[in-house]
Ligand binder design. Structure first.
Ligand code: PHE
Length: 461
């Protein structure tokens, strides 16, 4: 009698498919959805932005998400090992992606720590009447390079809490740590955040806010920068080409419906993002209504200022301010935290696989080093400057470069595109046709290269 091996795989795995899907949604839905998307859409053509956004989602976002899945699921390693298995000398592509994760993690954690402080402040509306002075002077102490006790309390303590929590989850591992956290928090986030959006929609002035967000400015479509913004948003938001989805799918069981899960994740992520746009702009419409100005006259409609200056001002004006503030900043913390876990697991598993480190030493090492750097940077005001620079380089240049290198490498260098396509089709119900190869081997890298050149030229000028 021949015996078929039923030995369990040594690799850690998700316990169920929904665990994988929720974790992937947890990684995708993050600060990028709440904190980045509404402002980017508003500044990049409003309603017209939906066209480049959808184009980016369909021509690059979903196809590259599938590519990440295929690489991780077939090669069964996080980025460096997975690329090494595709070709010996290609490990560097994986390390490049791992480097991006490390850098982004350092500042991403800081924004979560700020949100955590604001979560606490929401109970007393501590920012008072002048939220701008509060954020810049009292909270970040801009203009004061010394580490003061206030900054330690506002930023360093929550940062330490964030990092200790991440390290704990990583030590618990994929199924007992990451999966459990996402199973609990993602449904909670969806419910809490939906409640927030409904509340915002019922505020006076909400429709003005929505008009400001969705009125199409068609001439934006001829602006290459708008297209670049759409592609960058999709990459960041779906967490693709960073090696994270490679890691997450490498923990997926061998028989798993990969492409269908991918569609669920992409759809959930974009829906959440658009929901966030609706919620944020309804609330801004309310602020404009209170101040009797047009939404376009409001200042600070994007980035950290939107979240930590403009939004607190909105909250203060609202009936039931405390609850709204608590749920809003609570959502940011949860959404950010589940993404931060994914950033860090990419790095710590890369070290585990490369150097044979155990899970706990790798988690403590990676979390400890990133944590120390982020505490050191963000306890002084240099962090705010670093945040901007890193956002430019890691998120725009870094990830686009990574996507180009990865697609060209797979399709044209090792010529494994069709092998990976057949791999996904063998396990999935949603079948990929040859069109997928055209997208990842032609359309996406070609467009991304134009974008990259344009970006570099604009940075040099
Ligand atoms: N997708 C996350 C967000 O939207 C950010 C992220 C990027 C997470 C890259 C992991 C990797 O906020």
């Amino acid at each position: 009698m021949t015996e078929i091996s039923t030995a369990p795989e040594a690799r850690e795995t998700w316990t169920r498919n929904s665990g994988f899907i929720l974790a992937a949604i947890g990684s995708a839905v993050g600060l990028g959805n709440i904190w980045r998307f509404p402002g980017v859409a508003y500044e990049s053509g409003g309603g017209a932005f939906l066209i480049p956004y959808l184009a980016a989602l369909l021509t690059a976002g979903i196809p590259i998400l599938f590519l990440d899945y295929a690489i991780g699921h077939r090669e069964r390693g996080v980025a460096p090992l997975a690329f090494r298995r595709l070709r010996r000398h290609a490990e560097g592509i994986g390390w490049f992606q791992t480097g991006l994760l490390f850098v982004i993690g350092v500042y991403y954690a800081a924004v979560i720590a700020w949100a955590m402080s604001y979560f606490v402040y929401s109970f007393t509306l501590k920012w008072g009447d002048d939220s701008q002075t509060f954020f810049l002077e009292d909270f970040l102490q801009v203009g004061d390079p010394e580490i003061s006790t206030t900054v330690v309390g506002h930023v360093a303590v929550p940062l330490v809490i964030v990092w200790l929590s991440v390290i704990t989850v990583l030590c618990l591992g994929v199924s007992r740590g990451v999966e459990k956290v996402n199973i609990v928090f993602i449904p909670l986030l969806l419910v809490g955040f939906s409640g927030l959006v409904i509340r915002a929609l019922t505020l006076p002035g909400a429709s003005e806010g929505l008009n400001a967000l969705f009125t199409p400015k068609w001439d934006a479509l001829t602006d290459l920068d708008v297209w670049i913004a759409a592609y960058s948003q999709i990459f960041f938001s779906l967490s693709i080409a960073f090696g994270i989805m490679i890691a997450y799918s490498s923990f997926q069981r061998r028989r798993a419906n990969m492409t269908t899960s991918g569609l669920v994740v992409a759809f959930a992520n974009s829906s959440f993002e658009i929901l966030a746009g609706i919620g944020v702009f309804s609330a801004l419409g309310f602020l404009a209504y209170q101040q009797q100005v047009a939404v376009s006259d409001l200042e600070g409609l994007s980035g950290p200022i939107l979240t930590f200056v403009t939004f607190p001002a909105v909250i203060s004006e609202m009936p039931g301010a405390t609850l709204f503030g608590v749920v809003f900043f609570g959502s940011l913390v949860v959404a950010g935290f589940t993404s931060l876990i994914s950033l860090l697991i990419g790095v710590s598993n890369a070290l585990q696989e490369k150097f044979g480190l155990g899970r706990i030493p790798a988690a403590v090492l990676v979390g400890g080093v990133s944590g120390l750097i982020s505490v050191a940077l963000f306890s002084t005001t240099s962090g705010l400057i670093a945040l901007d620079t890193v956002d430019q380089f890691a998120n725009n240049l870094g990830v686009v470069t990574s996507a180009i290198v990865m697609t060209v490498f797979v399709v044209w260098v090792v010529r494994n595109g069709d092998l990976l396509r057949r791999h996904l089709n063998a396990v999935s119900t949603f079948q990929l046709g040859k069109w997928w190869l055209v997208l990842i081997g032609g359309v996406a890298p070609a467009f991304l290269t134009i974008m990259l050149i344009q970006k570099v030229v604009s940075l040099i000028q």
